[in-house]
Design a protein around this ligand. Structure first.
Ligand code: PMP
Length: 461
């Protein structure tokens, strides 16, 4: 059998891909028909495909390549660690230097008294850990009935059975027998789509107060935790009104409900600070992290927990762990990634220089006839497409039809920008420069123009 390489014709690679590879979150038959774009290399914020096209990656892969592509330092550290100690676990009274060093570093970086780390191979696994950890915590504290976790509709917390149950994606709940019991979903703070005539401030308060109502209805003695992304990512980069988070924090404090901030996207500089909780002024008891922790160079996730939780859990044997919990190569790469993000001032510059510049340019898209709302926090942003800005109307076509056209136009114009329904979203690597922001916006605007043209020609407007 011939060796499969980057140098094979694209069509052949696509045919082989379709023959044997099942893609996540994809309609296999449709994709096979079309052929997946074959990505061969990447450097900085740019991808190269098998046709030699250079594509600006406005999504940092899957919201994860914070440091940008092609950092040799990370490859060198991985090679060194693989040579020295490619694998060992910490289940049975052993440990190793990379996991010790990374844990100390994370305790240092994380806010408040979040000083203890339980590792996983991904964000989904870390959220599964959280489900079992908060229930075990309450059981150990003599309150075993506190098992219910409150989450939000249209939240994304991962794809494992537990994490997808925490998530509030209707399309996911429709498949595979989830959610698991004792997960309760309240409405999301998405003012554009669901705010009606309320002001954003009133709406934010109302949505936060649903948490209090849920606690009262379920019973304080039944609720273990509330989980939320500081800024909803996969739900469409939904930024809650300013009134929302202070009210959520007040309610969690009042009823002694553990607050889990899912920082899988928001962590490691994405929102302009090291963690989204800092940007939004919340004090979580647990933070879920992954993605930017290693900038996607190695699979790794973690739950970073408070002194109090670690102490309580520490009084029992927590029967939980993954073969790759604290994987030495992943830890070593993550540690080097964090070093570079800090020492090269990448997080700092993204927050202080690039975020305000990108915000101005991104909000400039509001003058486009299709753009009704432009939201951005740090380096994650979204625009809502609409046929009528004043009434915040949805399109007559099926939700996502226009967004899909726009996503396709972006891809054709060598920009990766994702659509969630009819919202377009960006999340570029933190190393993006101002000139590259200009290029991103130029391509986004061109793609919006072409979307309007096509939607009009197809009678969709
Ligand atoms: N939480 C959030 C907020 C996420 O965005 C994601 C992934 N997009 C996850 C959890 C799941 O992470 P993973 O894909 O690494 O399992």
């Amino acid at each position: 059998m011939a060796t499969i390489t980057n140098h094979m014709p694209t069509a052949e690679l696509q045919a082989l891909d379709a023959a044997h590879h099942i893609h996540p979150f994809s309609h296999q038959a449709e994709l096979a028909e079309k052929g997946a774009r074959v990505i061969t290399r990447a450097d900085g914020i740019y991808l190269t495909d098998s046709e030699g096209e250079t594509i600006l990656d406005g999504m940092a892969g899957l919201w994860c390549v914070n440091i940008g592509y092609g950092r040799k330092e990370l490859a060198d550290v991985a090679a060194r660690q693989m040579t020295e100690l490619p694998y060992y676990n910490s289940f049975f009274q052993t440990t190793h230097v990379p996991v010790i060093a990374l844990s100390q570093r994370l305790a240092d970086l994380a806010p408040g008294d979040l000083n203890h780390v339980f590792y996983a191979g991904s964000g989904s696994e870390a959220n599964d850990t959280n489900i079992r950890m908060v229930r075990t915590y309450w059981a150990e504290k003599g309150k075993p009935t506190k098992t219910t976790i409150i989450s939000r509709k249209n939240a994304y917390h991962g794809s494992t059975v537990g994490a997808a149950s925490l998530g509030g994606m209707a399309g996911m709940h429709a498949q595979g027998g989830i959610p698991i019991p004792d997960i309760h979903h309240i409405d999301q703070p998405n003012w554009w789509a669901e705010g009606g005539d309320a002001t954003p401030e009133d709406f934010g308060l109302e949505r936060a107060q649903q948490l209090e109502q849920a606690i009262l209805e379920l019973g304080e003695d039944k609720v273990a935790a509330f989980i939320a992304e500081p800024v909803q990512g996969a739900g469409g980069v939904i930024v809650a009104p300013d009134s929302y988070w202070p009210e959520i924090q007040r309610i969690c404090d009042k009823y002694e409900i553990l607050l889990i901030a899912d920082e899988v996207i928001c962590g490691f500089g994405r929102t302009g600070n090291w963690f989204g909780s800092q940007t939004l002024g919340i004090r979580p008891d647990i933070m879920t992290v992954a993605k930017g922790l290693s900038s996607g160079y190695m699979p790794i996730g973690a739950s970073i927990v408070s002194d109090e939780i670690a102490e309580v859990i520490g009084n029992c044997e927590f029967n939980h762990g993954y073969t790759y919990s604290g994987h030495p190569v992943a830890c070593a790469v993550a540690l080097e990634n964090l070093r570079l993000l800090e020492e090269e001032g990448i997080v700092d510059r993204a927050g202080r220089e690039i975020a305000p510049y990108l915000k101005e340019k991104w909000e400039g898209l509001l003058d486009h006839p299709l753009v009704g709302e432009a939201k951005i926090v740090g380096l994650m942003g979204s625009v809502a497409l609409t046929p009528d800005k004043a009434s915040r109307a949805a399109f007559a076509s099926d939700p996502g039809t226009i967004g899909y056209i726009c996503r396709d136009r972006c891809f054709a114009n060598n920009l990766v920008m994702r659509h969630v329904g009819d919202r377009m979203i960006i999340c570029p690597p933190l190393v993006i420069t101002k000139a590259e922001v200009d290029l991103l916006i130029e391509r986004a605007r061109k793609s919006l123009d072409e979307t309007l043209e096509k939607a009009t020609a197809d009678g969709l407007m």
